[in-house]
Ligand binder design. Sequence first.
Ligand code: FPP
Length: 258
Amino acid sequence: MTDPAPFSLPPDAPCGEDAAREQPAFGPRHVAIIMDGNGRWAQQRGRPRLFGHQEGARRAAEVVEACPALGVRYLTVFAFSTENWKRTQAEVAGLMTLFRRYISKEARRLVEHGVRVRFIGDRDRLEPKLVQVMDDLEALTEDNATLHFTVALNYGGRDEVTRATRRLAREVAAGRIAPDAVDAETLARFLDTHTLPDPDLVIRTSGEARISNFLLWQSAYAEYEFVDTLWPDFTADHFERIVGEYGTRERRFGAVRG
Ligand code: FPP
């Protein structure tokens, strides 16, 4: 993967507490989703796991479309983790084909809706054909700003922090950054998410209450919502309800109640 340009964070994308404090009074600016339960959904219907992933891809497209009307400017979804390679070869191959087709099929609609697409994660292990469509879609949508849609693909929070630290260490070793000048913001600028604000709300479907290595650094101050619904059953209505309820939560970022 190419190294991100250090210090390229745009002024409208602050990190951490600052980002969370700057959001509008109601509604999350950045929602991240762990789309879990595709396999169980398919198995309950006596169908192959890939059938669940295909249906899950449709739900992802519907949630993307729902975002602008709800005031959600950033949506990040966990499509494939660094741990998902442990699945059967058939499921991994099926998912990779699904990602490639999804990207090619959705490209026009995403452009029409003004969606800017980014991918986070380590691309080195992905098939070149898949990386090509990812690069193409990022380039095609780079001027869009209605919604910033980020897909985490071969992504792991620890892997991301490790890769970022390696790049930062190179800058320090080369004498371009002083060791004592390294703070949390310096490291954040080397993360895959360096152009995004931190998520305000992280949703996980399927009844599991874990974060599974997703946006570990970035979710330090996020609210979490764990819902029992399996991802292929998760509709735009579920999303709207959760986003609406977020406005009623009080976020204190470690401070005492005011
Ligand atoms: C987790 O369910 C889901 C995945 C690992 C794949 C997610 C992929 C999609 C929803 C389709 C592609 C979407 C985009 C936006 C490219 P699971 O298989 O772990 O379910 P289980 O826990 O029931 O087994």
